[in-house]
Design a protein around this ligand. Sequence first.
Ligand SMILES: NC(=O)c1ccc[n+]([C@@H]2O[C@H](COP(=O)([O-])OP(=O)(O)OC[C@H]3O[C@@H](n4cnc5c(N)ncnc54)[C@H](OP(=O)(O)O)[C@@H]3O)[C@@H](O)[C@H]2O)c1
Length: 298
Amino acid sequence: MADETPIVTPATPAQPQKPPAKPAADRLVMITGATAGIGRAAAEQLARTGCSVIVVARDPRRGAQTVEAIRNASGNDNVELIVADLSLMQDVRRVSGEFAKSGRKLDTLVNNAGVKLAHRTVTAEGFETTLAVNHLAPYLLSRLFKTNLAGDGGGRIVNVNSFMHRYGSVDLDDLQRANGYSELNVYSSSKLLSLLATYALARKWKPESVFVNAYNPGFVRTNMSGGGIVGVGSRIFAKSPLSAGQGLAYVATSPQVEGSAGGYFQSTGRTKPSSRKSYKEALQTRVVQATKSLLADV
Ligand SMILES: NC(=O)c1ccc[n+]([C@@H]2O[C@H](COP(=O)([O-])OP(=O)(O)OC[C@H]3O[C@@H](n4cnc5c(N)ncnc54)[C@H](OP(=O)(O)O)[C@@H]3O)[C@@H](O)[C@H]2O)c1
């Protein structure tokens, strides 16, 4: 005789319903370094997809021209400007203050502005300039914006990094490079510091639905890659700012990226592993601590 005991399937706990990803066109995106190169191309692409875009630029005239050009090219009038020199942490704090006054929530913060400087310079606040623009400003802007990032479907932060981080080193006793300065080493090291901090914040903030990722644009023909032997190579081998900018806009807004944190995204929209040292959690923690103490007085 057949066993007629009813089959009882164990009750599965109801899965929390994840809100649908916000369409790219409904996003409010802030992007730094959009007056030139990769950032300029990304900002235009974002405006073309219908996003509202806030451009952060240090030069008021170049900033206004950029906004006007992006509005004209995209047909999207929702492009605005905040003027700030990101080598100055006072200005970084002002960006966050100005935005907070508007009462809006930001969907994505794109930390793209960057410099590679032949000679060591120090800002009015006493920071070596490459460290200030490439690492301290993105870190501080991210911290200040965390509470302004929208919670519905998640807020995003994209930090533009570089394959050059592989050649960087971390000297916690001389983050300001007072002892020995070489353009490529200081640039690479600033990107390594930024990547270590990116991964630390990604891990910490993911449970709060703030998703932090890095973006490696590859070798791109821009002002930064011009000049010297690298400039010759860039004219032959480098990709266009357009494709790197489109990749950046994708990571900033695509529903496909929803929920990812701690990724090292490429311009293809896929992730790849970064250097082994960038994943060392103890080093990430030490870099975050050192960064916090550098920023404590400004
Ligand atoms: N090009 C490459 O091959 C390559 C490769 C890997 C990673 N990257 C990264 O990609 C990002 C964009 O670089 P890019 O190649 O597009 O260089 P770029 O053409 O030189 O553009 C750099 C942007 O950053 C802005 N900026 C620099 N210092 C600033 C400051 N103190 N305050 C505010 N804005 C500032 C510049 O503004 P101004 O117009 O005022 O100068 C410009 O808009 C950087 O983070 C860079 O490290 C580039």
